[in-house]
Design a binder for this molecule. Structure first.
Ligand SMILES: Nc1nc2c(c(=O)[nH]1)N[C@H]1C(S)=C(S)[C@@H](COP(=O)(O)O)O[C@H]1N2
Ligand SMILES: [Mo]
Length: 498
């Protein structure tokens, strides 16, 4: 039989990577559930039509008789399950959950690579990779035995029994890569630059569904794994897992294992409490750490989406209610004939452009898929002027580092909706100021008369009802200093590539 002549024990790198894996995957699961609950519907296509979900975790029906925003979708999840769990106002739970998810994935993936680097140069890969086809019938036999509650004898482990070997190989070589690839497809930067990637799954929403099924797969594996470790010679197994020793040392092994579990539980309790008490710190430390890594990896990706007319969604979710200010309501009444886009700040030529002047400037169109951070998507054709045209005319000074966009919309709590882009990002090819959607004038709920489209970022950067663009060198003194309204209030990260 295959592994008999290879003496495989339980080296210490295995114990350590196993433990680190346990820690980060548990954080990924809890924060993943938190993220799901912000738009607790799973769809089979990118249109996310109302009632079109194949699975949902909310009883709420989407009303059709009034504008219904994506923010109203945010659902409650207990902090025993979700990380950090939702406060009654659900104000920051989702943003913070994402910080933990993206932080943990960095360590989880790194740990996975450390594991593989230890596995392959030694002959340890024999513990996972079957050496003959007869592993399948043997695994099936072991499975049938299990169904009869026959726990395999210790002599059947070399070091794993066939069923165990196959399931570990499945989790490590199929489930884990699937988690990473489907997860990467959820990043607007990745999908906008490599639109073929989500297409591998049949679109972003299917990738999202697969990502969810991977979570279910990990949970099922976890339950079976624990049950079998317990049932098939617990003392020996725990010695292998905790100490990597061949001979049984149950007392010390139990002690070490228990300590390990307590450390993981302790970390969860700590990060949950810390997140609830001090979300801003989590955003600026944990979130910023992940943001900087992903900015380095993905920050330069420029959207190259080019979907066809047939891909356009019939229904496109909205987020944010139209402005209620008198100024904007007056503009609307006159069909925006008095509208002016103010371009100011650190520029050579401040501008004040009417809609007619804007429409006389070069026009471009793009059919792209919108990714809201909450999880829904929608495809539309956006038409307007490339932001580079504004840059050419206003000529930002060398000291300008960001552009801050302000909206006519003042939200319910009277904060001003604003967002910032880095100067380089304002010049990406698919960064436009749109005044057309699907061939018609931009509808009020989608941001009339002018909105930003910045296709390699999540939706909250694409500010609607734009009032002005100001070039600045730092956003520290604007709003609460985080680079945007959603960053200020919902603790999102300013990068928004993921
Ligand atoms: N002024 C303003 N712009 C905004 C928002 C908002 O609330 N106010 N929401 C953002 C978010 S979170 C998303 S997902 C998109 C939604 O665009 P849509 O409503 O056209 O689908 O708009 C973005 N722009
Ligand atoms: Mo969004």
């Amino acid at each position: 039989m295959g592994s008999d002549n290879v003496a495989l024990d339980f080296p210490h790198w295995l114990n350590v990577t196993h433990f680190v894996n346990f820690l980060f995957i548990s954080l990924l699961v809890r924060s993943g559930i938190q993220i799901l609950m912000d738009h607790p519907r799973l769809y089979l296509n990118d249109h996310c039509v109302r009632g079109g979900e194949w699975l949902k975790f909310t009883k709420r029906m989407v009303p059709t008789d009034r504008p219904y925003t994506a923010r109203e979708e945010m659902s409650h999840i207990n902090s025993w399950i979700g990380l950090p769990g939702s406060t009654p106002d659900k104000k920051y739970s989702f943003g913070i959950g994402r910080h933990w998810h993206l932080f943990s994935v960095i360590f989880w993936v790194t740990n996975g690579f450390v594991y593989l680097t230890c596995l392959f140069p030694t002959n340890n890969y024999h513990r996972l990779i079957p050496r003959s086809w007869d592993i399948f019938p043997r695994a099936w036999g072991a499975f049938i035995d299990l169904l009869h509650f026959q726990i395999p004898d210790q002599s059947a482990f070399h070091p794993y029994n066939p069923l165990q070997q196959l399931s570990y190989a499945f989790v490590i070589f199929i489930l884990a890569p699937l988690a990473m690839i489907s997860g990467a497809c959820l990043s607007p930067a990745v999908s906008a630059r490599f639109p073929f990637l989500p297409k591998l799954f049949g679109g972003r929403q299917r990738a999202r569904s697969v990502h969810f099924l991977v979570l279910v797969g990990f949970l099922l594996f976890f339950i079976c794994h624990i049950a079998l470790v317990y049932a098939s010679g617990f003392d020996v197994n725990i010695t292998h897992i905790a100490l990597g020793l061949k001979r049984e040392t149950p007392f010390i092994a139990h002690l070490v294992a228990l300590t390990g579990i307590l450390v993981v539980v302790g970390v969860h309790v700590f990060v949950t409490k810390w997140s609830n008490r001090n979300p801003r710190k989590v955003q600026n430390r944990v979130g910023m750490f992940a943001n900087n890594i992903f900015r380095f990896l993905l920050g330069g990706l420029k959207s190259r989406q080019n979907y066809s007319e047939n891909d356009i969604s019939e229904y496109h979710w909205i987020n944010g209610y139209p402005p209620k200010t008198e100024k904007w309501l007056n503009l609307l009444e006159n069909n925006f004939s008095d509208y002016k886009l103010e371009v100011k700040g650190m520029v050579e030529n401040p501008l004040s452009l009417s809609l007619t002047e804007i429409k006389e400037m070069p026009y471009t169109e793009q059919i792209t898929v919108h990714y809201c951070i909450q999880g829904w998507s929608g495809c539309a054709k956006w038409g307007g002027l490339p932001l580079t045209e504004i840059i050419k005319r206003c000529k930002p000074l060398p000291t300008a580092r960001y552009a801050v966009f302000r909206s006519h919309q003042h939200t319910d709590d009277q904060d001003e909706f604003y967002t910032t882009l880095e100067l380089s990002e304002t010049q990406y090819p698919q960064t436009i100021l749109a005044y057309k959607m699907n061939g018609k004038d931009l509808p009020v709920e989608h941001g009339a008369p002018l909105r930003l489209r910045m296709e390699s970022k999540v939706g909250y950067k694409m500010i609607k009802w734009i009032e002005s663009i100001e070039f600045i060198d730092s956003f520290e003194n604007i709003g609460q200093g985080q680079g945007g309204y959603r960053e200020d209030v919902q603790y999102f990260c300013p990068g928004a590539q993921i």
